[in-house]
Design a protein around this ligand. Sequence first.
Ligand code: GLV
Ligand code: MN
Length: 227
Amino acid sequence: MSKPSSSSLLLLLLSATLVATICRADPDPVQDFCVAAAPGGHYNSSYSTTYPGFPCKPSSLVVSDDFFFAAHASGASTDNSNGAAVTPGNVEAFPGLNTLGLSINRVDLAPGGVNPLHTHPRSAELVHVEAGEMLVGFVSTEGRFYSKVVRAGESFVIPRGMMHFQYNVGAGAARAMTVFNSQLPGVVLAAQSLFGAEPEIPDAVLAKSFQVDADTIKLLKSKFRKG
Ligand code: GLV
Ligand code: MN
């Protein structure tokens, strides 16, 4: 058998590195912590993300409160058209998460409320229900719908990038904590991104894509476009 050439060995090494990289979520930290720094000590959206996160606050200025987050002690109002509220706990809200590769949201649903179809391009999601009962579901790349009614104390996992939702099927309010293996999972809201995009996606493209007429698309756009 002939010996592999150095270029094929290099190619093999590069492929192995690529596979290892795309199978991971956020990169591993390179120090104990790297609290996201910003003028005033809080995350500032004018900061751009660098690899593997936001710039670190000098450790001499880091305090216990940088590792503490209280915004999930109460939920936001669900008095809206979806009957739902998601309170994010990602690095933008909680600077201590920077470079740690995890984050957490609180999801509140009124009876009949739905956290509408969306995906997270950079993370899987673990849905842990704390109160009530929710139908939680996602669709795989094969077009298969997986779902389960999840009750208090139970969990359901959404693989990375899959379209998913939570729907309150109980009689009272429902609450879940959702945990991510990314400090900033990103969210693509299905209806919002298709019918509320700015500038708008041409009606003809949407009409053909959904096999409906342009009036139906206009109706949908009227619900999701601002102004
Ligand atoms: C729920 O799906 C969430 O993204 O928090
Ligand atoms: Mn989600």
